[in-house]
Structures are given as C-alpha cells and as structure tokens.
Design a protein around this ligand. Structure first.
Ligand code: 8YV
Length: 317
C-alpha cells in the first residue's frame, strides 16, 4: 500500500502533483468541507504532511496524526511548525532551503523600485485616464531615485545576501543587522535596528520571524523617517502593522512595498487605500521555476524520510 500523505495547501505545478499521486495516497485537506471529520477518518494512515511555509501545521493537528514521520515544508520559513514538539515526537521537519533565494530577492528589488518610483500608482494614473490632465492636481507626481539609495537589510541569510548583491549592482551602499556580524561580508554591520533604520533610505526585511515579532515598530519607523521606505518579503509579523499604518497615514515614512501581512490573506483596509504602498499577495517565491524546484525538494524529503533515511534538509532529526 502507498504511504498516506496529507497536503495542507495546493501545489500549482502539475508535474509535482502527478508524481505525488504516483508515489503516495495523497489527501488534500484544503479540498475538504468538514476537515475535522476527514482527519478523524484518515488521520491514522498519514505518514507525511506537506505544509506551506507561512501556514505550517498546528500541534493539535499533529496530535491527530499518530503515525506521522515527516512534515515537508514547501517553503523556507519554519516559524509555523513547532520544531521542539516535532523533535520530541521524532518527526523530521524539512524545508526547501536555497530553492527560492533568487526569486524572493528579485521581488524585494522589484518592490523597492515599484515603491520609490511609484510604479503601481503611475499605472493607476494611466489607467484612470489622468495622464492627459497633467500637470493638474491628481496627475503624475515626481518619484524618488532607487540607484544609490542606502539600503538596510534586516536578516543576512541566503535571501538577505541575494538582495544585497542585487542592490549593490544598483550602486546602493548596503548595511545590515542580524544576530552577529558576518566576517565574509563587505557590508556594514549595525547591531541596533533603530540605528540601521536611521542610516538607511530603505529598510528591507529578510529575517526569519522566530523570536522577532513586531521588531519593526513606531520607533524604528520614525528612525527610518519621512523619506524612508520599508519593504517586507519575509513575514508580516516582523512588523507592528498598526504602527506601520499610523506612520504611513501621518507621512512619517514615505512608502512601503509589502508581500506579507500579519493576518494573510486579510490586508488591512487602510493599506488598500494608500497610494504610497505597493501590495503583493505573498508571492515572492511564486514563479514556475522556483515552485518546481521547491516541489522537487518536497518530493525528495518525503522519499528520504519514508524510506527510513534522515532527510537531507531535516531540522529536527
Ligand atoms: C511561500 C514562504 O509562499 O518559504 C516560505 O516560508 O512563506 C513562501 O515561500 C509558501 O511557503 C508557499 O507554500
């Protein structure tokens, strides 16, 4: 009999789904109307789970899967899976490290340029037929230059480093903060986040959310200042969203490019109404290339764990 796999969120690459179907008895929880009844029915047969990065899996659900051997996270964030609990139960938790670095860094740069150059607001002006009314009020305001901007990166992991490489090619001086300075990097290390914000024209969040909730608060935003931009391609909860909204509303920062939010997929109404904010639906890793690479890593992790090997990218076993 094929091992039972519980899939918690969709995978949009047909070839990956086909391969999963060939190898496993795949149960798609997101397609079920009565999820509790479904888990009661098939929970005992589940040996592997595929979860999203930011959606993860609760301990309550893992409790209902007594034969669970592996949680393969289709992403790099491990903040939504309790690693300590998984370790205690001997469950391997794997992630797709390295697979999404380039695309996430690309979108960070895209959001930086879109935000400071007013790409989305410019698009809205053209679509609304306001271009011919220029220079009347409501027409096209000047934007800000990206090349040469001082960029402060929060979190110098794989993604942070890839953002730095790209921004450096635009002539941007780079500084960063992390738990410690990294000797192999040519960029300035600023231990204090508020100081980093003060020294930067744009702050880019690329940190893991573990133990870092709400680190970007009113004080950090005020340090960034009224000409400063915030870009977040990491986790919404790194930012105190109420403080961010207040700072944007009052013009205490210039704008924000956001791919992630505290309560996805719900985006605060105030942000939706702001012209100086560029919004994305948590899709920095959502390219065919990256999602294919991620899917292949998920397949490899499941195969390794369910054949009794230690998965190459396990964090817990
Ligand atoms: C994905 C992510 O959107 O890697 C992560 O942690 O948040 C994103 O890459 C998500 O994991 C898709 O399942």
């Amino acid at each position: 009999m094929k091992p039972g796999i519980l899939q918690l969120s969709p995978i949009l690459i047909p070839a990956i789904n086909e391969r999963l179907e060939v190898l496993y008895n795949v149960h798609r929880l997101f397609e079920q109307a009565d999820k509790d009844a479904f888990i009661r029915e098939i929970g005992g047969s589940i040996r592997g789970v595929i979860s999203g990065g930011h959606t993860g899996i609760t301990n309550a659900l893992m409790d209902q899967l007594p034969n669970l051997e592996v949680v393969a996270i289709n992403g790099v964030g491990t903040d939504a899976v309790d690693l300590r609990y998984s370790r205690r139960r001997g469950i391997a938790v794997t992630a797709t490290f390295g697979a999404l670095t380039e695309d996430v860094a690309d979108l960070a740069i895209g959001l930086l340029i879109a935000t400071c150059r007013g790409v989305a607001s410019g698009d809205r002006i053209v679509r609304a037929g306001l271009w011919p009314t220029h220079p009347h009020p409501g027409a096209i305001p000047l934007s800000r230059r990206f090349s040469g901007m001082r960029i402060g990166i929060v979190g110098m992991g794989r993604v942070g480093r890839a953002i730095a490489t790209r921004a450096a090619a635009f002539g941007c001086p780079i500084s960063y903060t992390d738990l410690h300075a990294m000797e192999d990097l040519p960029y300035g290390f600023v231990p204090d986040l508020r100081q980093l914000a003060r020294d930067s024209d744009a702050l880019v969040l690329a940190a893991s959310a573990d133990k870092a909730e709400g680190i970007v608060d009113a004080a950090v935003l005020d340090a960034l200042g009224r000409h400063g931009y915030l870009v977040n391609i990491a986790r919404g909860k790194l930012v105190n969203e109420a403080d961010l909204i207040a700072a944007l509303e009052a013009g205490r920062i210039a704008g924000a490019g956001l791919d992630v939010f505290v309560d996805e997929p719900n985006v605060p109404a105030q942000l939706l109404a702001m012209d100086q904010v560029v919004l994305q639906a948590h899709r920095a890793s959502a390219t065919i290339e990256t999602r294919t690479a991620m899917g292949k890593m998920v397949l490899a992790s499941l195969a390794q764990a369910l054949s009794g090997q230690r998965p190459e990218h396990s964090l817990t076993t």
